[in-house]
Design a protein around this ligand. Structure first.
Ligand code: GLC
Ligand code: MG
Length: 243
């Protein structure tokens, strides 16, 4: 059997260096049984830097920019790019979002053709901005989704693209069953992964936004780990796969 392991990086695979190294060794010893996928909010370049810095295993695929880009061996998946480009008007969406002065654009390196990212300072007067922005997008006939993470990061992506949709695209292409697919995450931009037909482990250090989702929508396919970061991933592998 071939397993599909899809893991977020920051504060999931990475965050506890010792646990990361133990998991790395375990995965390495069974490397041919796994398709290893990193699903991250980071750009592809920043993902490669982190892989080098933390000595992570080379993944089979990277879902970068919250699933807006799929890379295999450094090559962008153009079928995915074409698919998510339908009904996506980046210029119009960005100019609408610019009207919200509370939204501070993130650095250029974190923007890509299918991802517009901002920082939003936590403040009571900012709490309704997500809803207002979504309403304005809808009223203007602009198709997009807003993903809010860590009480700070606001990403605008095509409706068709997020970590969850990207992983399902891969899962179908690789023909891997839901039982053999495990997703791992800690924050808001991971929620879409847990919504797919997969098994999922929420690491112990997960943020309130993901824990709230779990309380409302979690089921027997979702496991709340007792350990944080990579330790939680290992627990999940044992819980679902007896590995
Ligand atoms: C990463 C990305 C950032 C994004 C955030 C949440 O930190 O660098 O652009 O907003 O993840 O998805
Ligand atoms: Mg994370």
């Amino acid at each position: 059997m071939k397993f599909l392991l899809v893991t977020d990086l920051d504060n999931t695979l990475v965050g506890d260096d010792e646990a990361t190294q133990i998991l790395n060794q375990r995965l390495q010893s069974m490397r041919s049984q796994f398709c290893l996928v990193y699903a991250t909010g980071r750009s592809h370049a920043s993902t490669c830097e982190l892989i080098a810095q933390k000595q992570l295993l080379a993944p089979d695929y990277t879902l970068a920019g919250v699933g807006s880009e799929i890379y295999q061996n450094g090559t962008l998946d153009l079928d995915w790019a074409e698919y998510i480009s339908q009904d996506w008007d980046k210029m119009a969406i960005a100019s609408l979002a610019q009207q919200f002065k509370q939204l501070q654009p993130q650095s250029l390196t974190e923007q890509n053709p299918w991802k517009i990212s901002y920082c939003l300072q936590p403040a009571p007067e900012n709490s309704s901005i997500l809803q207002t922005l979504q309403q304005k997008l809808t009223a203007s006939g602009l198709s997009a989704q807003i993903i809010f993470s860590s009480n700070r990061d606001l990403d605008i992506l095509p409706k068709t693209s997020n970590k969850g949709n990207a992983l399902t695209y891969l899962q179908q292409r690789l023909q891997i069953s839901s039982e053999a697919t495990l997703v791992c995450g800690d924050s808001g931009n991971d929620i879409s992964m847990f919504e797919q037909d997969v098994r999922g482990v929420i690491v112990a250090n997960a943020l309130p936004e993901l824990l709230a989702w779990h309380r409302e929508c979690g089921n027997q396919n979702h496991y709340l780990a007792g350990s944080g970061c990579a330790g939680g991933i290992m627990e999940g592998m044992t819980y679902f796969w007896r590995l």
